[in-house]
Each structure stands twice: as C-alpha cells, then as structure tokens.
Design a binder for this molecule. Structure first.
Ligand SMILES: CC(C)(COP(=O)(O)OP(=O)(O)OC[C@H]1O[C@@H](n2cnc3c(N)ncnc32)[C@H](O)[C@@H]1OP(=O)(O)O)[C@@H](O)C(=O)NCCC(=O)NCCS
Length: 200
C-alpha cells in the first residue's frame, strides 16, 4: 500500500458553528484541512460507493455508474489513488496504463472535495501514482480536458512544469464527430517524456 503521509485529525472542527454562510463554511473547512495532511493510498473495492458520491460532488465531472467506480477501485487500483481527509474520502484519481502503450498513464478523472482544494492535493495524488513500482516504465501521461475547465488545465500544465517536460495538445474526441453535439470536445493533453523517481 502506498502511503505518503499520515492523517492528523484536528480537534474543535469549525463545522460545529451554525451561523456561517456556505462560503464561510468551505473557507473554514479549507483552513482546517490545510493544517492536516491527507493520507494517500491505493483504493480498494469498498471505496467504490464513496468514490461515486465524491464524483457527484465534483462538477463538471461525468457521473459514471457506481459499477464503473467499483472497477476503478479494484481492477485499476494500481493506477488510481484515494486520499483520506480525517478518515473521509476527500480525493480520488482514476487512471490506467494504455493497453497498447504501457509507457503511458492515462488519467481518467481527478476529483478533490471542495474543502480539500487549493492545497496541492490533486498534484500530489497524480505524482503518488507515478512514483509506484508499477509505473516504473511510464514516461508519458495523457488526459483529456474540456476547453473551459481552467482548474484542470492549470493542474496538468503545472504538473508538466514540475516534471520539467513539455505538453502537447490536440483534439481527442470531437464535439460533432464523437459526441454528436451532446458534449464539448475533449482535448488530449500529452505530457512527457519524463522520469519519476520510483518509491521502493
Ligand atoms: C481540478 C481539481 C482536481 C484541482 O484540485 P486541487 O487539489 O485544488 O489542485 P492543486 O491544489 O493540486 O492545484 C494544481 C494547480 O492547479 C491550479 N488550480 C487549482 N484550482 C484552480 C482553479 N479553480 N483555477 C485556476 N487554477 C487552479 C493551482 O493553482 C495549481 O497550480 P500550480 O501547479 O501552478 O501551483 C479540483 O478543483 C476539482 O476536483 N475540480 C472538479 C473536478 C474537475 O474538474 N476535475 C478535473 C478534470 S479530470
């Protein structure tokens, strides 16, 4: 099991206050979250239902079926990561090695609960996967992003910068050709080549 840090529950949670606005509550939870570290680990099948709930709280992510999340948390556990914040699932990255190109990690979805955002958790989760022995041969990372998802562009461009490598963009699934107008085009972002130090 890959764990990069230890969770430190805080006492006196600000959630006990009742006279705060929703924005104030998120800010208070972020302030509390920033004082503790997330525990990163490989998911297990029992995480599937919590992953489903987390994804539903993270628009604009596609809400796949719970069955899909169960498969991500079991068959794709070696290339996915769960992040616990105070014992709750606060982050999840699903990924897989592209079957025809096992030197490439495809990142399917990245989700961080609102109260865990802005602390580098998404980037940490992706690097946690890349540092695993099962990803020792990985030199490229690919993902798809809709043109308007600024947070996602910032996350992956920042990752390329931190890995000291380049990123290339192209259309992978076209709005008309693939989605028949029902969904924005999904842009392919390909990052690499890179070399990540693998954890023993
Ligand atoms: C996108 C998301 C995963 C980012 O999670 P996070 O833990 O807050 O991201 P990080 O703190 O690791 O930030 C990574 C980079 O993205 C930037 N970033 C994060 N959120 C941003 C936002 N809303 N707007 C602009 N930049 C943003 C950070 O400044 C950071 O940049 P840097 O590397 O240059 O310092 C989170 O906002 C989320 O779950 N959103 C909803 C679901 C989604 O859109 N997922 C991505 C598509 S797969």
């Amino acid at each position: 099991m890959s764990a990069t840090s230890v969770s430190k529950p805080q006492s006196g949670s600000s959630d006990s206050k009742t006279d705060e606005s929703p924005e104030e509550k998120v800010t208070a939870r972020q302030a509390s979250a920033s004082k503790r570290e997330a525990l990163l680990r490989k998911p297990v099948s029992e995480d599937g239902a919590d992953v489903h709930r987390l994804i539903n709280r993270c628009p604009p992510l596609d809400e796949n079926s719970i069955y899909c999340n169960l498969l991500q948390a079991s068959h794709f556990a070696d290339t996915s990561v769960a992040a616990e914040l105070d014992g709750e699932l606060g982050g999840f990255v699903s990924g897989y090695l592209i079957p025809q190109r096992p030197d490439t990690l495809f990142v399917w979805q990245v989700a961080v609960a609102e109260e865990g955002r802005g602390m580098g958790l998404a980037g940490r989760m992706i690097r946690d996967i890349l540092a695993r022995p099962g990803c020792a041969q990985v030199r490229y990372l690919e993902t798809t992003i809709t043109p308007d998802n600024e947070a996602s562009w910032a996350l992956f461009r920042g990752l390329a910068r931190k890995l000291g490598t380049e990123c290339n963009e192209s259309v992978m699934f076209d709005r008309e050709r693939h989605f028949k107008g029902a969904h924005d085009s999904e842009m392919l972002l390909r990052i690499g080549p890179f070399d990540v130090e693998v954890q023993g």
